[in-house]
Design a binder for this molecule. Structure first.
Ligand code: ZN
Length: 192
């Protein structure tokens, strides 16, 4: 299992966790920004992060790993590979979370639901509903980053590699704006 320091180092070294002065899509400002896709582009890092999740479910007789597209696809694949079980993903069709491409979950099948980042946990809950609708058994939830600061509750065993509480402020209350040293940037833009 990775400790907090090791996990933060992986996210920082890969460029997934940025420190600075950021304009979030919500319009709020923050001094940290997390883009999980940046760490998942490195197979070696992905393997280490997924191992943390795979190890925590290794005694739960897991038969299938499911994650929501897009963020959950690579995580589901790698956790499944390490547990030596199949890994599949759900996706949205007309805003509804569904299984497509011939993917199925059998009644009684023991399933772990994985995701890259959870904030409110909406997508994970929708995947849990898909598993339950197929009469599968949700053994637990594994996420790389829990941005709820540990507050999110799915009613099952939950493991995260990193629990974070990324602070954000309305622009008028932003301490970094007040300091005026660092210009605010939009993560992912060319100027970032
Ligand atoms: Zn600001």
């Amino acid at each position: 299992m990775l400790n907090r320091e090791e996990a933060i180092k992986i996210f920082s070294d890969s460029g997934a966790l940025l420190e600075g002065h950021f304009l979030l899509t919500s319009g709020r400002h923050s001094n940290q920004y997390m883009q999980c896709a940046q760490v998942l582009k490195y197979p070696a890092y992905t393997e280490k992060l997924a191992r943390h999740l795979a190890e925590s479910f290794q005694n739960d007789e897991v038969e299938l790993v499911v994650g929501p597209a897009m963020g959950g696809i690579i995580v589901a694949y790698e956790v499944a590979r390490q547990l030596a079980v199949p890994g599949i993903f759900t996706e949205r069709q007309d805003s509804q979370m569904v299984l497509r491409r011939g993917f199925t979950i059998k009644p009684g099948q023991r399933v772990v639901v994985v995701e890259d980042v959870v904030t409110t946990g909406g997508s994970v809950r929708e995947v849990i509903d898909v598993v339950k609708a197929c009469e599968g058994i949700v053994v637990g939830v594994g996420v790389l980053v829990d941005r709820s600061g540990g507050k999110v509750d799915f009613g099952v065993k939950m493991t995260s590699v990193l629990t974070m509480n990324i602070e954000s402020w309305e622009s008028f209350g932003c301490p970094l704006c007040k300091e005026g040293k660092l210009p605010v940037i939009k993560p992912g833009s060319r100027t970032a």
